[in-house]
Design a protein around this ligand. Structure first.
Ligand code: AMP
Ligand code: MG
Length: 423
């Protein structure tokens, strides 16, 4: 029976759960998802300091400027002024240095001139209290929320946490995902190919997809279409991985061993599906009865395997990783050519290129080579264009797209001159 994509997605999502929360060293936590909300324990900055190179002074001394003040010291970042600033005095101060006791403002150096006797400075304009002072807690105040549970950690979070003096952060464990290719035709080694053999593309693209998400890939190699070899690989995966991703062997052929073996060892949790999408129609999912290891059985065609990862594995593993949102949002793009298709009961995911027009709006075009073994087009694509069942979308019509690389959506080179912004 052919089922809608949403039903297949719900099934896999129901069978996975967020991984445990572990204290992880900050520098190993990038892209991990915060497991418990983290709050500030100290003020940052922890002391009032100067945001300019200039002179620390008493604001009241500069009323009716110019004002001549006696320079009683000089401090740079990392050093303190010993003592208290008295009326009529100034301290030369550099960015980041603590404001001396008694001072309540900083005059920027550009507005000061040396005095006549060498020991004084002339402040040329009135300096209001608080001028160029970064007060304590101005960035972060004690008790403030720094990273909410469910937040994927970005580089700025790591800096914010480190500024608190935290060395670890509670995050969901980074998923460890085993990748296995199956098929008697897969040739391992760099010698010339024997007749009928092909090289393994899928393991490498799937390992890359995993690494790209910030997850930990485990290369489990290639197995023949052989029951014992597959069971052995399932065992190895169960020992070291949070989930296993296989490719090949889930169609209706006699040697589609993943479907057959997974059915035997997953009990009731196994579903072999025909999903109403193109590519990536066949898919199997099961949780191994002995180890509880979730196994995603992807189709063998290289484009199908990657699309299956995007639509079924990625959402499930995002759930395991602790993400609050698991599906990639789609954007709306204008088709620059006809995106014709025929009615076949399936949603088509067309490998395409999405770019920006002069107004900064998305435009989309399909690539040549839309069959499921044509991986080269996948490599040139930055998006999957979603064509629901029907006649397709005409030129100028609107199409939804999943952007694989949102940050890399570029202006067409013949549309905007290099480097010229349109805003
Ligand atoms: P299967 O899903 O096992 O029926 O395989 C479908 C097609 O994908 C066949 O043409 C296989 O030879 C091919 N294929 C399977 N696994 C891989 C792989 N790891 N790399 C490249 N092509 C593969
Ligand atoms: Mg096969």
């Amino acid at each position: 029976m052919v089922i809608p994509l949403a039903q297949a997605q719900s099934f896999v999502l129901e069978h996975v759960a967020p991984l445990p929360v572990v204290e992880t060293t900050i520098d190993e936590a990038l892209a991990c998802v915060v497991g418990r909300s983290v709050y500030a324990e100290t003020d940052v900055p922890s002391f009032a300091n100067s945001s300019m190179d200039g002179y620390a002074l008493r604001a009241s001394d500069t009323e009716g400027a110019p004002a001549t003040l006696r320079v009683v010291g000089s401090i740079s970042a990392g050093h303190v002024f010993d003592g208290t600033l008295e009326p009529g005095q100034a301290v030369r101060i550099m960015t980041g240095a603590p404001i001396p006791d008694g001072a309540d403002a900083v005059a920027m150096v550009e507005l000061c001139e040396p005095g006549d006797d060498g020991g004084t400075v002339v402040v040329t304009t009135e300096t209001p209290a608080g001028n160029f002072i970064r007060r304590r807690g101005h960035d972060v105040a004690t008790g403030q929320l720094l990273a909410e549970a469910g937040t994927p950690l970005r580089p700025a979070h790591l800096g914010v946490l480190a500024a608190q003096g935290f060395t670890t952060v509670p995050v969901h464990r980074r998923p460890r995902l085993g990748v296995l290719s199956t098929g008697d035709e897969l040739f391992v080694g760099d010698e010339p190919l024997a007749p009928g053999k092909i090289r393994d593309a899928n393991r490498h693209s799937l390992l890359g997809l995993i690494r790209q998400e910030g997850w930990e890939p485990v290369d489990l190699g290639v197995v023949r279409d052989d029951r014992e070899a597959l069971l052995d690989a399932f065992g190895r995966a169960g020992e070291s991985c949070d989930a296993l991703i296989t490719s090949g062997g889930v169609s209706v052929g006699d040697f589609d061993i993943v479907r057959i073996v997974l059915d035997d060892v997953s009990g009731d949790s196994m579903r072999w599906m025909q999903i109403a999408i193109r590519p990536a129609k066949p898919f199997a999912f099961g949780t191994l009865a002995n180890t509880n290891l979730p196994v995603f059985g992807l189709p063998g065609n290289p484009v199908s395997a990657m699309v299956s990862f995007e639509l079924l594995v990625r959402p499930a593993v995002r759930r395991m990783a602790g993400h609050a949102t698991v599906f990639r949002p789609s954007v709306c793009a204008t088709a620059t050519v006809d995106l014709a298709r025929s009615r076949d009961g399936r949603v088509h995911f067309v490998r395409g290129v999405v770019s920006l027009d002069r107004q900064g709006r998305y435009v989309a075009r399909p690539l040549e080579g839309q069959e499921s073994h044509q991986l080269r087009a996948m490599a040139s694509a930055n998006a999957l264009l979603i064509l629901p069942d029907g006649e397709g979308v005409g030129r100028g019509g609107s199409v939804r797209a999943l952007l694989s690389y949102p940050a890399d959506v570029a202006a067409p080179s013949d549309d905007l001159p290099t480097g010229e912004a349109d805003w």
